[in-house]
Write a new protein. Structure first.
Length: 277
């Protein structure tokens, strides 16, 4: 049996983030071979991942950031099973490491992100599997969003269970401040689309049908019920499309009107919102 030293155990722990006893066991099994010990721990992570695959990973962290002189916004969510893990500093550092890789490479999809190298040995997907073995919980890279615009603003809600990114068609300090207000609006009001043109036809048809049925239940004749449902649809658009929503800091004006007060041609080009709950 190889003589495993505390220095070896500590080195393996630093490389993998696994517990001291797990590192020692892996080194004993590999007879002191560091690379083989890393593979053993990775395999352990894969076993844990398979075992916990059906578990509910509803906790975690959602973090948004901007890069490229605030012209690109990135939003990412890594789920876990408990807030005990989510609040761990190592877990936060791990999520931030993934965000940095995303910012450096700007993959176009979550699948592309998972295939990027985390380090000189593992991809992000493989590193997540490894970390399953370290923390003993299911981990899921559940969301990855990118917005590019003349100016992008990121908002992280306290607790990092919710984050937003908003793209605007102009840049400048006053534009950034307006963008922050809109990013908080998106967080609070969860709009479905930028404007009514962004609402899909299935949703519109469903709202019209619901509005008509409610009117009939209220005793309105069928021909009147149809008109009433159209009025209710307009209310639905106002409540669920960002530019038409009442501005949360002054509900006498819409978000669109607030932006025009800041700059006549200012508008939102895109937004993304991710929440764990």
């Amino acid at each position: 049996m190889a003589n495993i030293t505390a220095t070896q155990v500590n080195e393996l722990r630093k490389k993998t983030g696994a517990g001291m006893m797990d590192c020692k066991k892996a080194l004993v099994e590999s007879e002191g071979d560091m690379e083989q010990a890393i593979d053993i721990l990775r395999k352990k992570g894969q076993k844990v991942a398979a075992k916990r695959g059906d578990n509910d990973a509803s906790e975690g962290l959602v973090i948004a950031t901007t890069t490229n002189n605030d012209t690109t916004g990135i939003l990412l969510a890594l789920n876990c099973e408990t807030d005990f893990v989510a609040k761990n500093e190592d877990y936060r550092n791990f999520v931030n490491s993934i965000i940095k890789i995303a910012a450096d490479n700007l993959p176009t999809s979550i699948d592309e992100l998972k295939k990027l190298k985390f380090d000189d040995k593992l991809t992000i997907e493989e590193k997540i599997t490894e970390q399953v073995g370290v923390v003993g919980e299911k981990l899921d890279l559940s969301a990855y969003e990118v917005v590019k615009a003349d100016c992008v603003v990121a908002y992280n809600h306290p607790g990092n269970q919710l984050a937003t990114i908003v793209g605007l068609n102009k840049a400048g300090e006053n534009i950034i401040e307006a963008g922050k207000q809109v990013a908080m609006q998106v967080a609070a009001m969860a709009p479905l689309a930028l404007n009514k043109e962004g609402i899909d036809q299935n949703t519109i048809d469903r709202e019209l049908e619901i509005g008509k049925e409610l009117a009939i239940q209220e005793g309105k004749p069928a021909e009147m019920a149809e008109q009433i449902s159209k009025g209710r649809l307009n209310k639905f658009f106002k409540e669920n499309t960002l530019l038409s929503q009442p501005f949360i800091k002054d509900n006498k004006k819409t978000v669109e009107e607030m932006l025009k007060e800041q700059d006549g041609g200012l508008t939102i080009t895109a937004f993304k919102r991710v929440a764990l709950k």
